[in-house]
Design a protein around this ligand. Structure first.
Ligand SMILES: Cc1cc2nc3c(=O)[nH]c(=O)nc-3n(C[C@H](O)[C@H](O)[C@H](O)COP(=O)(O)O)c2cc1C
Length: 286
């Protein structure tokens, strides 16, 4: 499946782009409305983009009454990204979403670098959310931990059905003249090409640690990038920063992905799934 990365596409202003995906992922929704951080919130760097949006969103009440009915009419499965500051808040939002047929999957954003980190661990949040909903739960993890495979194992044990990998990494851009931070809050989340090798490593580690289904993301710009994520162990891939420069990226990347698979003699990119691990697997079985 080809998805968008949370926060990188507004389906209500660009419904055709959303329809060109296999599922639409919302921006992270929190219990209360959030204005987000002070401007400037976006800056380009030599290797990608920095953002400090700070989870600006209408809050769960307005999301459920206003946004969700419209998203349900898109004709594309809707994944809702959920955020909070405590495990109870995640659980509350999950239970609010549980009865809404429009929601196919919940992605737990336990990894936003632009807000204070939740006090609880990813596993505690997944565990609380698991008790609150029957919907499939995907945990979105940060690569900024010593061993993301261990975090993935803990999330799996707590009841996660899948993993979204990865969120942005914290970065800083200084103004070349004043040498002051360009972004309002100072630091922001780095996305785009610089993230790709880090994201691939996280996907490979979590695949080896859990063999859970994974949505891979981080710097995907071409079909070959996407195929690399599949080879590292992602069943699905998501497009983030690339959508800001190329709204036609979903159709283009789909074509390139099939072409890259065909060049290798495969009639589906599924054949690439986890091939990066073949040596490791044969080492394990011999
Ligand atoms: C402007 C912007 C806003 C984002 N907002 C969210 C968000 O609300 N929730 C979330 O889980 N990730 C958010 N992300 C992170 C993306 O979903 C994705 O994990 C990250 O950008 C890496 O993918 P990319 O390099 O293809 O952009 C945001 C990223 C950007 C650039």
């Amino acid at each position: 499946m080809l998805l968008n990365a949370s926060g990188c596409l507004d389906a209500l202003t660009a419904p055709d782009v959303a329809r060109s995906l296999d599922a639409f992922v919302t921006k992270t929704v929190t219990p209360l409305p959030r204005e987000g951080n002070a401007p400037t919130r976006i800056a380009e760097t030599e290797v990608g983009m920095l953002n400090s949006i700070g989870l600006a969103n209408p809050g769960i009440d307005r999301f459920v009454t206003r946004n969700l009915p419209q998203l349900g009419k898109l004709g594309v499965p809707v994944w809702v990204s959920v955020g909070g500051f405590e495990a109870d808040e995640y659980a509350e939002i999950c239970s609010r979403l549980d009865d809404h047929a429009e929601v196919t999957t919940i992605e737990l954003n336990v990894s936003c670098p632009n807000v204070e980190a939740p006090a609880e661990s990813a596993a505690q949040i997944v565990g609380a959310a698991r008790l609150a909903t029957r919907k499939p739960l995907w945990a979105k993890l940060s690569p900024a931990v010593p061993d993301v495979g261990e975090v993935a194992k803990a999330a799996q044990a707590a009841g996660a059905d899948g993993l979204s990998l990865v969120n942005t990494l914290r970065g800083l851009k200084l103004d070349g003249r004043t040498l002051r931070p360009v972004l309002g809050p100072g630091q922001g989340g780095l996305s785009g090409p610089a993230l790709k090798p880090i994201a691939l490593a996280a996907v490979a580690s979590c695949y080896r640690a859990t063999e859970m289904p994974i949505v891979g993301m981080g710097g995907i710009q071409t079909g070959l990038d996407a195929l690399e994520f599949v080879a590292a162990g992602a069943q699905h891939v998501a497009l983030g920063t690339v959508l800001f420069v190329d709204p036609d990226a979903p159709a283009r990347i789909r074509m390139e992905l099939h072409a890259a698979a065909a060049e290798r003699g495969w009639n589906s990119y599924d054949y690439a799934y986890a091939v990066a691990h073949e040596d490791a697997l044969s080492l394990r079985t011999t």
